[in-house]
Design a protein. Structure first.
Length: 182
Protein backbone atom coordinates (compact mmCIF):
# COMPACT_ATOMS: atom_id res chain seq x y z
CA UNK A 1 0.00 0.00 0.00
CA UNK A 2 1.32 3.44 -0.93
CA UNK A 3 1.65 6.17 1.68
CA UNK A 4 -0.62 9.06 0.76
CA UNK A 5 -0.63 12.58 2.09
CA UNK A 6 -3.21 15.28 2.70
CA UNK A 7 -3.43 18.24 0.37
CA UNK A 8 -2.09 21.00 2.59
CA UNK A 9 -2.56 23.99 0.28
CA UNK A 10 -6.17 25.28 0.22
CA UNK A 11 -5.83 26.62 -3.31
CA UNK A 12 -4.74 23.19 -4.53
CA UNK A 13 -7.70 21.59 -2.72
CA UNK A 14 -10.00 23.84 -4.76
CA UNK A 15 -7.99 23.44 -7.98
CA UNK A 16 -8.36 19.66 -7.77
CA UNK A 17 -12.10 20.04 -7.13
CA UNK A 18 -12.42 22.20 -10.25
CA UNK A 19 -10.28 19.79 -12.28
CA UNK A 20 -12.38 16.79 -11.24
CA UNK A 21 -15.62 18.66 -11.96
CA UNK A 22 -14.43 19.32 -15.51
CA UNK A 23 -13.27 15.72 -15.92
CA UNK A 24 -16.42 14.02 -14.59
CA UNK A 25 -18.96 15.19 -12.02
CA UNK A 26 -18.97 11.73 -10.42
CA UNK A 27 -15.37 12.20 -9.38
CA UNK A 28 -16.06 15.74 -8.23
CA UNK A 29 -18.90 14.69 -5.91
CA UNK A 30 -16.81 11.80 -4.55
CA UNK A 31 -13.98 14.24 -3.80
CA UNK A 32 -16.28 16.86 -2.28
CA UNK A 33 -17.88 14.35 0.06
CA UNK A 34 -14.44 13.07 1.00
CA UNK A 35 -12.91 16.45 1.80
CA UNK A 36 -15.99 17.73 3.65
CA UNK A 37 -16.86 14.61 5.65
CA UNK A 38 -13.66 12.70 6.37
CA UNK A 39 -15.36 9.48 5.29
CA UNK A 40 -13.34 6.57 3.97
CA UNK A 41 -13.73 5.97 0.24
CA UNK A 42 -15.34 2.57 0.95
CA UNK A 43 -18.17 4.41 2.73
CA UNK A 44 -18.51 7.08 0.03
CA UNK A 45 -18.76 4.51 -2.74
CA UNK A 46 -21.63 2.64 -1.11
CA UNK A 47 -23.80 5.78 -0.95
CA UNK A 48 -26.89 6.02 -3.11
CA UNK A 49 -28.57 9.21 -4.25
CA UNK A 50 -31.36 8.72 -1.66
CA UNK A 51 -28.72 8.80 1.11
CA UNK A 52 -27.65 12.36 0.28
CA UNK A 53 -30.43 14.11 -1.65
CA UNK A 54 -32.01 16.96 0.36
CA UNK A 55 -30.27 15.87 3.56
CA UNK A 56 -29.05 18.27 6.22
CA UNK A 57 -27.04 15.39 7.66
CA UNK A 58 -25.88 12.11 6.21
CA UNK A 59 -26.09 8.92 8.24
CA UNK A 60 -24.45 5.61 7.47
CA UNK A 61 -22.81 2.60 9.05
CA UNK A 62 -19.06 2.60 8.52
CA UNK A 63 -17.84 -0.43 6.62
CA UNK A 64 -14.54 -0.74 8.49
CA UNK A 65 -15.76 -0.20 12.07
CA UNK A 66 -19.44 -1.13 11.82
CA UNK A 67 -20.22 2.03 13.79
CA UNK A 68 -23.02 4.46 12.98
CA UNK A 69 -21.69 7.70 11.54
CA UNK A 70 -23.55 10.96 11.08
CA UNK A 71 -22.18 14.19 9.73
CA UNK A 72 -23.85 17.51 8.91
CA UNK A 73 -23.76 18.71 5.32
CA UNK A 74 -22.33 22.22 5.11
CA UNK A 75 -23.41 24.81 2.55
CA UNK A 76 -20.66 24.13 0.00
CA UNK A 77 -21.27 20.37 0.02
CA UNK A 78 -25.04 20.83 -0.02
CA UNK A 79 -24.83 22.95 -3.18
CA UNK A 80 -22.62 20.39 -4.90
CA UNK A 81 -24.92 17.49 -3.94
CA UNK A 82 -28.08 19.34 -5.01
CA UNK A 83 -26.68 20.17 -8.45
CA UNK A 84 -25.24 16.69 -8.93
CA UNK A 85 -28.39 14.78 -7.88
CA UNK A 86 -30.81 16.87 -9.92
CA UNK A 87 -31.31 14.33 -12.73
CA UNK A 88 -30.53 11.15 -10.75
CA UNK A 89 -32.89 8.44 -9.46
CA UNK A 90 -32.98 7.78 -5.71
CA UNK A 91 -31.87 4.18 -6.21
CA UNK A 92 -28.81 5.11 -8.30
CA UNK A 93 -25.36 4.77 -6.78
CA UNK A 94 -23.96 8.21 -6.14
CA UNK A 95 -20.71 7.38 -7.94
CA UNK A 96 -21.86 4.82 -10.51
CA UNK A 97 -19.63 2.68 -12.64
CA UNK A 98 -19.75 3.57 -16.33
CA UNK A 99 -19.17 -0.07 -17.27
CA UNK A 100 -21.24 -2.14 -14.83
CA UNK A 101 -24.92 -1.45 -14.27
CA UNK A 102 -26.09 -0.90 -10.70
CA UNK A 103 -22.57 -0.78 -9.24
CA UNK A 104 -20.36 1.98 -7.93
CA UNK A 105 -16.86 2.56 -9.24
CA UNK A 106 -14.25 0.40 -7.52
CA UNK A 107 -11.87 1.58 -4.80
CA UNK A 108 -9.01 0.94 -7.21
CA UNK A 109 -10.56 3.14 -9.86
CA UNK A 110 -11.27 5.86 -7.27
CA UNK A 111 -7.58 5.67 -6.30
CA UNK A 112 -6.52 6.14 -9.93
CA UNK A 113 -8.82 9.17 -10.31
CA UNK A 114 -7.41 10.94 -7.23
CA UNK A 115 -3.82 9.90 -7.96
CA UNK A 116 -4.02 11.18 -11.55
CA UNK A 117 -5.55 14.47 -10.37
CA UNK A 118 -2.64 14.84 -7.97
CA UNK A 119 -0.10 14.18 -10.72
CA UNK A 120 -1.80 16.84 -12.84
CA UNK A 121 -0.97 19.34 -10.06
CA UNK A 122 2.51 17.98 -9.35
CA UNK A 123 1.54 15.96 -6.27
CA UNK A 124 2.72 12.36 -6.34
CA UNK A 125 1.52 10.95 -3.03
CA UNK A 126 -2.24 11.24 -3.48
CA UNK A 127 -4.79 8.45 -3.28
CA UNK A 128 -8.22 7.77 -1.86
CA UNK A 129 -7.14 8.32 1.75
CA UNK A 130 -5.95 11.77 0.68
CA UNK A 131 -9.54 13.03 0.84
CA UNK A 132 -9.95 11.88 4.45
CA UNK A 133 -6.50 13.12 5.43
CA UNK A 134 -7.14 16.48 3.74
CA UNK A 135 -10.33 16.88 5.73
CA UNK A 136 -8.50 16.03 8.94
CA UNK A 137 -5.53 18.28 8.22
CA UNK A 138 -7.63 21.36 7.49
CA UNK A 139 -10.15 20.62 10.26
CA UNK A 140 -7.26 20.48 12.72
CA UNK A 141 -5.63 23.63 11.30
CA UNK A 142 -8.90 25.54 11.74
CA UNK A 143 -10.00 24.17 15.13
CA UNK A 144 -6.81 22.84 16.80
CA UNK A 145 -9.24 20.39 18.44
CA UNK A 146 -7.46 17.03 18.22
CA UNK A 147 -9.93 15.34 20.57
CA UNK A 148 -12.88 16.23 18.35
CA UNK A 149 -10.98 15.09 15.25
CA UNK A 150 -10.14 11.80 16.99
CA UNK A 151 -13.87 11.27 17.57
CA UNK A 152 -14.71 12.06 13.96
CA UNK A 153 -12.10 9.56 12.77
CA UNK A 154 -12.86 6.99 15.50
CA UNK A 155 -9.21 7.04 16.59
CA UNK A 156 -8.22 6.36 20.18
CA UNK A 157 -4.80 8.00 20.24
CA UNK A 158 -3.87 11.65 19.60
CA UNK A 159 -0.46 10.82 18.20
CA UNK A 160 -2.05 8.38 15.73
CA UNK A 161 -4.44 11.09 14.52
CA UNK A 162 -1.70 13.71 14.21
CA UNK A 163 0.51 11.27 12.31
CA UNK A 164 -2.42 10.24 10.09
CA UNK A 165 -3.15 13.81 8.97
CA UNK A 166 0.54 14.59 8.48
CA UNK A 167 0.84 17.15 11.27
CA UNK A 168 3.59 15.25 13.04
CA UNK A 169 5.73 15.06 9.89
CA UNK A 170 5.04 18.70 9.02
CA UNK A 171 6.13 19.76 12.51
CA UNK A 172 9.31 17.68 12.24
CA UNK A 173 10.10 19.06 8.78
CA UNK A 174 9.53 22.67 9.89
CA UNK A 175 11.72 22.20 12.98
CA UNK A 176 14.47 20.59 10.91
CA UNK A 177 14.42 23.48 8.44
CA UNK A 178 14.75 26.03 11.26
CA UNK A 179 17.49 24.11 13.07
CA UNK A 180 20.82 25.92 13.10
CA UNK A 181 24.07 26.13 15.10
CA UNK A 182 24.17 29.89 14.60
Amino acid sequence: MNFVEPIRDKTTVQDIADYLKEKDERYYIMYMIGIYSGLRVSDILKLKVRDVRDKAEIKLREKKTGKEKMFPVNVALSRAITAYCEDKKDYDFLIPSARVKNKAISREYAYRVIHEAGLHFGLENLGTHTMRKTFGYHFYQQTKDIVLLMRIFNHNDQSKTLRYIGIEQTTINDAMKRFSYK
